[in-house]
Ligand binder design. Structure first.
Ligand code: DON
Length: 564
């Protein structure tokens, strides 16, 4: 696992070094009948599973898992970021719902506040955090109340106060963070080992006493502790000290929102995924609608024909994403994007033997030639069949790198998810369209796509992933693997993935012996091929005939499934 993680880091610097995927995951799927949690961190999964065993429901377990990850997986687990929680109730108990807790731009933010060359780190890129309000809203609406809010946070407080054993993945990640961020003094103090003099080794214990105190306040006082209480004071003091924009009023007025999920159907399954301010639901349903027009099964999963059709559906959906999507409280999103009729038109525009040029999809947009990495997803299901798909993030690994002084937690750098350079859309992938420009109070467009497939009101698949813009395509691959090719959850997660995002006009494939034979033909069709490892999709599938739950932790970074 270490070598893959190390390779992932190398990969960020040189895509040509993309490692080959192992043919089979070293982590077997975990079977359970009563409840299951799958996340990037075995300790956090066990925390969630313990809540299920104590009679908590899937939302209770998700809240406990999210707080635990804020301690054990600080690159992305968070209380200073934001995300999306998709809740699918137990059969017969109502409709799926999204708890949206995306960050907002502070009131003092402005459309052009980040001139070219602005840093992606530091105080100015921090959005008003949403996670704690979001988890509280989830608790109020869906928590079983058999276990109190404070009890759900208690395990995270212990993990922070007593510490936990650092594994190889976390040791590597922290050492890299510390060596790359010498200017962030509070980060060095909180995450440095022995004041930063020595590097972390597997087996060391990471204690976070400031974070434990912060979590205790949130346990005792609820989210108000962070939005109007002592932690709000600490955040505002941090902003004042570092030239950040977030004020007391920004924190006080922040609200997490219940939102209707995007709903689509795919070959008889109901598909549920988050709406704006995520682009995930619209783009996923749009791509699935396009693919429904083709018999992928008869073409074979890894044939050049299937890879081409999937890539072309991605290209079209990502073009529409760039053109139209932003926070629906500020811009209006055309409803045709998720229509089957529109998808038929898009499907008809695909040349089955030739890659479309991305330029040709948007002749009206002026596109010029020139001008991060960590989120985490977890999946939960309980004994009644209630399920949660939750993705949350600090945007880049360790977010803005700003740790709130004395409070022990990192703030996000989510402002960089806005279209920072209005009017400048580039062939390198920069997007400058108006829908996602910065405005005070607006939520930046996300790609987070926690997704649930159900049939007849019963959950069949729970999944999601990190990976920035690749997220939606990772989810698409897992869905197609499961639905079209009948793969079990282990294989659906392990199978090599692909990504096309309109611009850059290239087809990114995972390096795998399974895709090797298809590459020459794809190149002939006109695709420019690059390689990268993609995503980290911790997923659960339900066997409809036996009701057995199977959880597959993605082995691309690390992970753990805990069930009973
Ligand atoms: O919400 C989004 O789309 C991004 N902030 C997600 C960032 C991400 O996934 C980085 N991770 N690997």
């Amino acid at each position: 696992m270490k070598s893959l993680r190390t390779a992932l880091v190398a990969l960020a610097m040189s895509p040509s070094l993309a490692p080959r995927l192992p043919a089979e995951s070293p982590v077997p799927a975990v079977e359970a009948r009563n409840g299951l949690v799958v996340s990037v961190c075995p300790l956090a999964s066990r925390t969630g599973c313990d809540i299920l065993k104590r009679g908590g429901n899937a939302v209770d377990a998700a809240i406990a898992t999210a707080f635990a990850l804020a301690v054990t997986h600080p690159a992305a687990g968070n209380i200073g970021g934001g995300g999306f929680m998709l809740v699918h109730p137990a059969p017969g108990r109502g409709e799926p719902d999204v708890i949206e807790y995306r960050e907002t731009a502070p009131a003092a933010a402005a459309r052009d506040m980040f001139p070219r060359g602005s840093s992606k780190f530091g105080h100015r890129v921090v959005g008003v955090p949403g996670t704690v309000r979001g988890l509280e809203l989830a608790f109020q609406r869906y928590g079983s109340k058999a276990i109190s809010w404070a009890q759900l946070i208690e395990p995270a407080i212990h993990l922070a106060a007593d510490g936990f054993v650092v594994d190889q993945v976390l040791a590597d990640s922290l050492n890299e963070l510390l060596s790359q961020s010498p200017d962030f003094a509070e980060l060095q103090r909180v995450y440095g080992k022995d004041g930063g003099r020595v590097s972390w080794q597997p087996g060391d214990r990471l204690r976070q006493s400031d974070l434990a105190a912060t979590l205790r306040l949130i346990a005792e006082q609820g989210a108000d502790a962070l939005y109007s209480g002592r932690i709000a004071d600490q955040i505002v003091a941090e902003m004042d000290a570092g030239g950040g924009l977030i004020t007391r009023a920004d924190l006080k007025s922040y609200a997490a929102k219940p939102r209707q999920p995007v709903h689509g159907t795919y070959r008889g399954f109901d598909v549920w995924a988050p709406p704006s301010p995520s682009s995930g639901g619209v783009a996923l349903v749009q791509m699935l609608n396009v693919l429904e027009n083709f018999d992928l099964k008869s073409l074979g999963r890894n044939s050049p024909e299937t890879l081409h059709l999937v890539a072309e559906s991605m290209r079209r959906a990502y073009c529409d994403r760039a053109r139209y999507l932003g926070d629906s409280d500020f811009v209006s999103i055309p409803s045709h994007l998720t229509d089957k009729a529109y998808a038929r038109k898009l499907a008809a525009s695909i040349d089955r033997h030739r890659a479309t040029r991305s330029d040709d999809l948007a002749p009206d947009l002026s596109i010029v030639d020139r001008e991060g990495d960590s989120t985490t997803h977890f999946s939960v299901i309980d004994k009644d069949g209630m399920a949660v798909a939750n993705t949350y993030t600090l945007e880049h690994s360790y977010g803005s790198k700003v740790v709130v002084r004395g409070a022990g937690f990192l703030l996000n750098n989510e402002m960089v998810d806005f279209n920072l350079r209005p009017g400048i859309t580039t062939r390198r992938g920069g997007i400058g369209t108006p829908a996602n420009e910065i405005a005070p109070g607006k939520r930046m467009l996300s790609s987070q796509t926690p997704t649930i497939l159900s049939r007849d009101g019963r959950v069949r698949l729970v999944t999601g992933s990190p990976g920035g813009r690749t997220i939606i395509n990772t989810v698409l691959c897992v869905v197609v693997n499961s639905v079209d090719f009948g793969m079990d959850v282990r294989s659906a997660v392990d199978a090599p993935r692909q990504h096309h995002q309109w611009f850059p006009d290239e087809l990114r494939l995972e390096r795998s012996s399974l895709l090797r034979d298809a590459e020459p033909r794809l190149k002939q069709m006109g695709h420019r091929i690059t390689h990268a490892v993609q995503g980290d999709a911790h997923a659960i599938a339900v066997d409809p005939s036996t009701g057995v739950y199977r959880g597959a932790a993605d082995a691309r970074i690390r992970g753990g499934a805990a069930g009973y």
